[in-house]
Design a protein. Structure first.
Length: 205
């Protein structure tokens, strides 16, 4: 039997989505194993069995690669289970967000913020890569509630869609521990459900 081939140049070439997915999954595995501070483009390339050039053609820095890898972890908004009621959907959404923050994505968030704060250009780069997935998922959940007649359409607009995830991120960043489920329930019951049942009013000039 021939020896196992380890040189990525001798393996069948992957292109397009197959290569990108392999790199993003390798990035998540590197985050889980080594953390953000120790993550390198070289380590990701080796784990993905890809060339460093293939990474740098798509991502100019470690932070942009990590951001895309984190978004790769998140479900599409249309994949969020529909429980038939706003409260149930909100609990599923925020519990999912809490689990995500407790894993490699949370490690990445702390690293990205720590790296960006002293350097405005890094912060701008991170903002430019942001896909607003949290807001999109909340928009889908509230859209369903509007369609069921649970809440008025004008209640689910603008910054209201960011409140739930923002409260979770704030707790996560200031408490080095998993987000307790009791906090998720509290945010849903005392903040989000009342908020989305209250129509928004445009500010008066």
């Amino acid at each position: 039997m021939s020896a196992e081939i380890t040189d990525h140049r001798k393996r069948p070439r992957r292109r397009g989505d197959a290569l990108v997915n392999a790199i993003l999954e390798a990035t998540i595995e590197e985050l889980a194993e080594h953390g953000y501070a120790a993550l390198t483009m070289e380590g990701v390339a080796e784990r993905a069995k890809a060339s460093k050039a293939s990474l740098y053609r798509r991502w100019t820095s470690r932070s942009t690669l990590v951001m895309d890898a984190v978004y790769h972890l998140l479900p599409h908004p249309s994949d969020i289970p529909d429980t038939g009621e706003l409260r149930g959907d909100l609990l599923i959404l925020l519990r999912q967000a809490a689990r995500t923050l407790s894993g490699p994505a949370g490690e990445a968030l702390r690293g990205l913020l720590g790296e960006a704060l002293p350097y405005p250009e890094h912060a701008a780069e991170i903002r430019s890569r942001s896909q607003g997935m949290g807001r999109q998922m909340m928009a889908e959940v509230t859209r369903r509630a509007v369609a069921r007649g649970e809440i008025p359409a004008e209640a689910a607009v603008g910054a209201r869609l960011d409140v739930g995830q923002a409260l979770l991120r704030n707790h996560f960043l200031f408490h080095h521990e998993p987000i307790p489920d009791g906090l998720v329930v509290e945010i849903v019951d005392t903040v989000l459900v009342p908020l989305f049942h209250t129509p928004s009013h445009e500010p008066r000039c």
